[in-house]
Design a protein around this ligand. Structure first.
Ligand SMILES: Nc1ncnc2c1ncn2[C@@H]1O[C@H](COP(=O)(O)OP(=O)(O)OP(=O)(O)O)[C@@H](O)[C@H]1O
Ligand SMILES: [Mg+2]
Length: 335
């Protein structure tokens, strides 16, 4: 697959001292869902702002569809859609008016504008609420509106910065489903950041993990998990004998450790080895009191490469977001 985005030696230093992005290199392939993961302050939004022409890099180059993002910014803007992390919809306007504003911004011809807005509102189930002011929307409705605002001009590449942050499980699922559908039906390239690692795991073709402005690792979710050493089966066999050598002889098993009656088998293929172990159990009449399969999760991958867990991050981000929304609303009312 051809690269649609190429980032080379990209650096962003704010106010001469904050090294937000420290010389990163990566490619995004045409048509893929590319996940950009990292803890708070890692440099994700800064990178997105630079790729989407909103922020000038301190140094380094970015090309998008062969265009230089700094020198050919106007052309780049026509090819991309952005759903930023911060609030963007105008509270005082209705959902439909927000969409119309966005359509004007991107010079969507009037004759196709109406139908496209209708289509987009309907896919995110906002037709009934379309004439209401956005300030009456719930957080999930608002996020759904902001998502389709970024799609009004049918971009080639869509940037989603935390598209599901702070939403309930159901709304998150609707948004992820919609992203999947867009990728399949339109072949759109999607670049997203998220703090929900399991969702990134199931949605992304490839994932980059960034921390303190540096990319730690890039690969498919399967590659990242495999880099942690693959699957493990734990089995407890009672009977006093040492079964290590039998277990070592099972195909795909890389290593066997045991502590009393509990055996830990490292394997290249957890499912296959599970079947083989069960077959051995039946064949030899072993008395097994417990057996389980352990697969590295995206959470473990994240922890391994950043030394950080995302649980606290998620809580503080949602709280910040709620506070920011509250302040924005109050400011508006005061005016
Ligand atoms: N306008 C700015 N001026 C100065 N420093 C900034 C500015 N924007 C971001 N930073 C700093 O740059 C670093 C990277 O911030 P960035 O917003 O890119 O992180 P992020 O990965 O998107 O984090 P989050 O998960 O919290 O959204 C942080 O240390 C942040 O404080
Ligand atoms: Mg951010």
């Amino acid at each position: 697959m051809a690269n649609i985005i190429e980032v080379r030696d990209l650096v962003k230093i704010y106010d001469k001292e904050v090294h937000a992005v420290n010389g990163i290199n990566f490619d995004v392939r045409e048509g893929e869902v590319f996940g950009f993961l990292g803890p708070n302050g890692a440099g994700k939004s800064t990178t997105i702002s630079m790729i989407t022409t909103l922020l000038r890099p301190t140094s380094g180059t970015i090309t998008l569809a062969g265009l230089n993002v700094v020198k050919e910014a106007t052309q780049v803007r026509k090819l991309i859609g952005l759903v930023p992390q911060d609030l963007t919809a105008d509270d005082e306007l209705s959902g439909r008016e927000n969409m119309q504003l966005q359509a004007d911004l991107y010079n969507v011809p009037r004759d196709i504008e109406k139908q496209r807005i209708e289509e987009l509102l309907s896919t995110v189930k906002l037709v009934d609420a379309a004439e209401r002011k956005v300030e009456t929307y719930s957080g999930g409705m608002r996020k759904r509106l902001e998502l389709v605002e970024g799609l009004i001009h049918r971009p080639k590449v869509l940037f989603l910065d935390e598209p599901t942050l702070g939403l309930d499980v159901q709304t998150r699922e609707i948004i992820w489903e919609y992203i999947r559908k867009m990728k399949e039906e339109s072949g759109m390239t999607i670049f997203l950041t998220t703090h929900y690692l399991e969702e990134a795991d199931s949605l992304c073709d490839r994932i980059a993990i960034i921390d303190e402005g540096v990319i730690k690792v890039i690969g498919t979710p399967a590659e990242l998990k495999a880099s942690l050493g693959g699957d493990m089966i734990k089995v407890t066999v009672n009977g006093g004998e040492d079964y290590s050598s039998v277990m070592s002889s099972i195909p795909n098993v890389l290593d066997v450790k045991h502590d009393g009656s509990e055996y830990k088998l490292k394997t290249r293929d957890g499912d296959a080895t599970m079947k083989d172990v069960l077959a051995k159990v039946a064949e030899n009449g072993w008395k097994v009191s417990a057996i389980s399969l352990h697969r590295p999760s995206m959470n473990q991958v994240f922890l391994e490469y950043t030394g950080k867990s995302l649980k606290d991050d998620l809580r503080s981000l949602s709280a910040n977001k709620a506070a920011a929304r509250q302040t924005a609303l109050q400011n508006r009312r005061r005016r």
